[in-house]
Write a protein that binds this ligand. Structure first.
Ligand code: CA
Ligand code: CA
Length: 198
């Protein structure tokens, strides 16, 4: 016991001497400046055409738009997560005996093809049918009602970095089997894209 206590004292004494012997130091310092914090931007720009991309003003059963493409670009400086919302407004002409609802018209606007192209999904792009869009209303085909169900409220459907563009290409066809009740009925589809940074 006594031997151990002596050993400790010795060590402490040596340590004190060592500190005393290194009283002078070299030193060096660096300054890191320019730490500025400026909020980046998010801006979504719609290409040409910027409206009426898919349109059939006097459509007949079986008529299609052909493949038409909507292009959007993230013109801000931040990476953005793109979400999409689809709304239908009535676009009826002079009503005939039966006024078919907007949603029933949407269910008979068949989406024959739908692809998405961006930097990570180069041409011919990601086939949205079967991946994003399924026959959620179980009528046997993919339609605008299914597309609305697939995108509204689901959150991010694509990511666009600064200056990156994304293109949605679709061919939309009026169901060739609709009956006379569909005469004069129509819808206007509004697509709202939102970029969010998180
Ligand atoms: Ca009608
Ligand atoms: Ca369907």
């Amino acid at each position: 016991m006594l031997r151990i206590a002596k050993g400790l004292l010795t060590i402490i004494a040596v340590a004190t001497i060592a500190v005393g012997a290194t009283g002078a130091y070299f030193s060096d310092s660096k300054t890191v400046s320019g730490n500025t914090f400026t909020a980046g931007t998010l801006a979504l720009t719609v290409g040409t055409p910027s409206s009426a991309v898919w349109t059939m003003p006097t459509m007949a059963p079986g008529q299609s738009t052909g493949v038409q493409t909507l292009t959007v670009t993230n013109t801000g400086s931040l990476k953005g997560h793109l979400s999409l919302n689809i709304a239908f407004l009535p676009a009826d002409s002079v009503p005939n005996a039966v006024d078919v609802t907007d949603q029933d018209v949407a269910k008979n606007m068949i989406v024959d093809s739908a692809t998405w192209v961006d930097n990570s999904n180069v041409a011919p792009g990601l086939n949205l049918i079967g991946s994003l869009v399924t026959d959620s209303n179980s009528n046997g085909w993919i339609d605008l009602d299914d597309l609305q169900t697939a995108v509204n409220g689901v959150g991010t459907i694509a990511t666009l970095v600064s200056s990156e563009s994304g293109s949605l290409a679709m061919n939309i066809r009026f169901n060739p089997s609709v009956g006379n009740n569909f005469q004069s009925d129509g819808i206007q589809m509004t697509l709202t894209g939102t970029l969010t940074s998180y």
